[in-house]
Design a protein around this ligand. Structure first.
Ligand SMILES: C[S@@+](CC[C@H](N)C(=O)[O-])C[C@H]1O[C@@H](n2cnc3c(N)ncnc32)[C@H](O)[C@@H]1O
Length: 461
């Protein structure tokens, strides 16, 4: 064993890597606790900002200590996402590469669960832009949907596909993020167990998988579109060598991202194509290990297929009129019924949804509004958290912190009210979910699978 119980050969394997300072790196692992950072939701105003901002992301903030997020109702209402600071660099790349804000873009987050970078992309784009958030592993899709539901936007489609399925949607996306599965050395400080998984053989396996993922998704990128590639590995094989491979095998050029020296990020160039990359080392940055690079597709080699729009089932216009009452600016949305549930997605994304539905396994599109029972809406949890709910149409009940925690536990709550019917349950004005107010009791509709099960810590947030 060596310093800090790093895996055998790990430190030696990094000795030649750009910007690697062995002493500083080991000291950062031995002496510095992993910093806690959050990224606030720009669409849900809250007073969570702290004095120390993450330098490369305007919405990122460091916290002095790690509170119990589970017991903070604002976490459940989607006012912020707990995210490691280095990962927020993707925001900086997205903003730099977005030159024309007037033209809507389509972004794919290919390896998206649990959704940290998807919520980040969602904050960086506008409602006329589209985010497709994909996760290959079925069991990881629910957490991705939950995190996106909390963010509250109606311009996201979640799919559950293998990267190869995207090769059929030629030239569809303006930007693709591949936050690739990797050997995970960048997370050693946060997750010491990851060290047991590390080996040189695994680094090589990861590299092969990364190449396969990138080759599969490449056709889906538009000409002049950007590919953002990131890993939480320090290994050269998974980073600079992959960037070189992309430049060699595909028609791509490297994009240099401006950074400030005081950020502590190490800019690297790949040996063969001199392509830029950005390395984050704990000890040099206040964050964990990350590698990121951005490339631009030079020329479309295949001819673009013409996408035909599928014919639609005859829409139940009367039902749509009922649904629309619950939505702010209702004409801005396209309403779609899947089984018995009504969903709304920005009207601008209807055609994209048609195309994607023909090629992908769609798990969520826009916001689920709920089911109609006669003339009544049984509202969905997604509607409660969404930014587009027409709050004039529904009852709202403000809860204090204890009532909010009871609600989030799905316990019985006692409140003094004469109101009756479906009500949003709010904390500090932010919706947590639905309850039905009945003459002699309150039915709690907070989703069972999301309820707080843990015991409250002695001091919560
Ligand atoms: C680094 S994690 C993504 C983290 C996520 N982008 C975020 O910010 O929350 C990599 C993801 O890739 C997925 N994955 C694993 N194997 C894959 C494959 N062969 N193709 C595509 N994705 C894969 C994993 O399930 C995991 O969700």
């Amino acid at each position: 064993m060596n310093e800090y119980n790093f895996p055998e050969n790990f430190l030696d394997s990094l000795n030649e890597e750009p910007g690697f300072d062995r002493e500083n790196f080991v000291a950062a692992h031995e002496n510095i606790i992993s910093p806690t950072s959050i990224r606030i939701n720009p669409f849900k105003e809250s007073i969570l900002k702290t004095n120390e901002q993450v330098p490369w992301c305007a919405e990122g903030y460091y916290l002095d200590s790690r509170p119990s997020f589970t017991f903070d109702p604002l976490f459940h209402s989607g006012c912020y996402y707990v995210q490691e600071a280095s990962s927020m660099f993707i925001d900086h790349i997205l903003k730099y590469t977005r030159t024309n804000k007037d033209e809507p873009i389509k972004v794919l987050d290919l390896c998206a669960a649990p959704g940290g970078k998807s919520t980040l992309i969602n904050s960086a784009i506008t409602s006329t832009d589209l985010l497709v958030s994909n996760e290959i592993i079925k069991t990881r899709v629910p957490v991705l949907c939950d995190n996106l539901n909390r963010w509250g936007t109606a311009n996201t489609i979640v799919s559950n596909n293998d990267p190869r399925d995207f090769s059929r949607i030629t030239g569809f996306f303006d930007t693709i993020l591949v936050d690739a599965p990797c050997s995970g050395s960048g997370m050693f400080r946060k997750d010491a167990a990851a060290m047991n998984e590390w080996s040189e053989a695994n680094v090589n396996l990861c590299r092969q998988r990364q190449e396969r993922i990138l080759a599969d998704v490449y056709p889906a990128l538009k000409e002049d579109g950007h590919l953002i590639y990131s890993t939480c590995s320090y290994s050269y094989q998974e980073n600079e060598e992959i960037v070189d491979w992309l430049c060699r095998e595909f028609n791509m050029e490297s994009v240099r991202i401006p950074i400030y020296k005081e950020w502590g990020i190490v800019e690297t160039v790949s040996p063969e194509h001199k392509a830029w990359g950005y390395r984050f080392y704990p000890g040099k940055v206040k964050g964990e290990g990350l590698f990121a690079a951005c490339l631009k597709k030079k020329q479309e080699t295949d001819e673009l297929p013409v996408f035909k729009t599928k014919g639609h089932q005859k829409l139940a216009l009367q039902e749509i009129e009922l649904i629309k009452q619950y939505i702010k600016e209702p004409d801005a949305y396209y309403y779609n019924k899947v089984n018995d549930d009504w969903l709304a997605i920005g009207r601008a994304h209807k055609e994209s949804l048609d195309t994607l539905q023909r090629h992908l396994y769609i798990k969520k599109s826009g916001v689920r509004i709920g089911k109609l029972m006669g003339n009544d809406l049984i509202p969905d949890h997604e509607l409660a958290l969404s930014l587009y709910i027409n709050k004039d149409k529904v009852l709202q009940t403000e809860l204090n912190i204890n009532q909010a925690i009871q609600f989030l536990r799905r316990d019985n709550i006692e409140i003094n009210t004469t109101d009756k019917g479906w009500s949003l349950m709010n904390f500090e004005g932010h919706a947590l979910g639905w309850a039905k107010l009945l003459p002699n009791r309150i039915n709690n509709y907070f989703p069972k699978e999301l309820r707080i099960l843990a015991n409250a810590p002695s001091s919560s947030l």
